[in-house]
Design a protein around this ligand. Structure first.
Ligand code: DON
Length: 311
């Protein structure tokens, strides 16, 4: 049963209040120069309920770089494009390694463990590119985000994309290595171009929570009434989020928060409370696993107070 709207607002304000001493904790990602400049004191959180009600605190209206949170949505598009065929090119097991690790690819024939580690998301970008020009694929991705969030102001931050491109040596290594196994079908630079730009999407917590709402509601956006994916596919995307959405800290996130979630090095996390709400939090300081330190803490407290953990 969804809890009444007044408690959601109250809980959100309590969480905001209790997070104050923790705001600024963690370390802002600095391996992407454009992200190193972000104010670590930012904190925003938005909850959009399955009834479509929106609750926000702090910097919830300010756009930030969603980074790997984008991988949930490109996975959704790729499954729409090629369905279960995707699983011959990318696995669906937790990796137990860092988001940018290359080690498993050698023994596993260039097939990444899951679609959320960088290698897996690069394969997903390659599926979406499928012989098109990167700008066409990026147009499609951007349209999808605008459609889901109901907001045409969602944009791709070219500065961040350029910054990623200039320093993306690990991603280039991953893509070239997978190409050697025949698991990248387009020119590596084009696939990486799509990947860097999708990571550079700028969105606010409010826009992101709205975009994720279909996953909290069996695949259907309750505001527009439109079905985005089947109930079964929404369930499976949620399953991947809870098992793989926080890389080698996915177990810890499930233990502490107990919700399907996907993090990004911009400090954003999208969490899904099935049947109840879509929640987005942004706090740029990261923990040792590259996930938002205070964002995770805020979600842990919110899940505890709301009783929305899936466990
Ligand atoms: O490719 C990268 O390294 C970044 N564009 C995305 C990594 C990321 O967000 C990992 N998340 N915690």
């Amino acid at each position: 049963m969804p809890i009444a709207s007044q408690p959601v607002q109250d809980i959100l304000h309590e969480v905001y209040h209790e997070m104050q001493p923790h705001i600024g904790e963690g370390k802002v990602a600095d391996y992407i120069p454009a992200l190193a400049r972000i104010d670590p004191k930012k904190f925003g959180m938005a909850v959009v309920t399955a009834e479509g009600e929106v609750f926000t605190v702090g910097d919830a209206a300010e756009p930030f770089s969603i980074q790997s949170v984008s991988k949930v949505f490109t996975l959704t598009l790729a499954l729409g494009r090629i369905g279960a065929g995707l699983w011959s090119r990318v696995g669906r097991e937790p990796s137990g390694t860092a988001f940018n690790s290359i080690v498993q690819l050698e023994h596993e024939h260039g097939i990444p463990r899951n679609p959320f580690i960088n290698a897996g998301a690069i394969v997903v970008a390659d599926v979406l590119l499928a012989g098109h020009q990167p700008r066409e694929t990026l147009g499609e991705i951007l349209q999808f985000f605008r459609y889901l969030s109901g907001d045409d102001s969602v944009y791709i931050d070219e500065d961040v994309a350029r910054s990623e491109q200039a320093t993306g040596f690990r991603n280039a290594a991953l893509a070239n290595y997978m190409s050697a196994f025949g698991n990248i079908h387009n020119p590596v630079e084009k696939t990486l171009g799509v990947y860097y730009h999708q990571c550079s999407l700028a969105m606010s917590c409010e826009q992101l929570a709205k975009a994720g709402l279909f996953l909290a509601n069996g695949g259907r956006n309750p505001v527009s009434g439109l079905t985005v994916v089947t109930r079964e596919r929404a369930r499976r995307i949620n399953a991947l989020m809870i098992t793989c959405g926080h890389y080698d800290a996915s177990g810890d996130f499930a233990f502490r928060v107990g919700l399907p979630g996907k993090s990004g090095v911009g400090g954003g996390i999208l969490a899904i409370a099935p049947g109840k709400a879509s929640i987005a939090v942004w706090s740029p300081g990261l923990n040792a696993n590259g996930n938002s330190a205070t964002g995770t803490r805020a979600l842990e407290l919110f899940a505890k107070k709301s009783g929305w953990s899936v466990f």
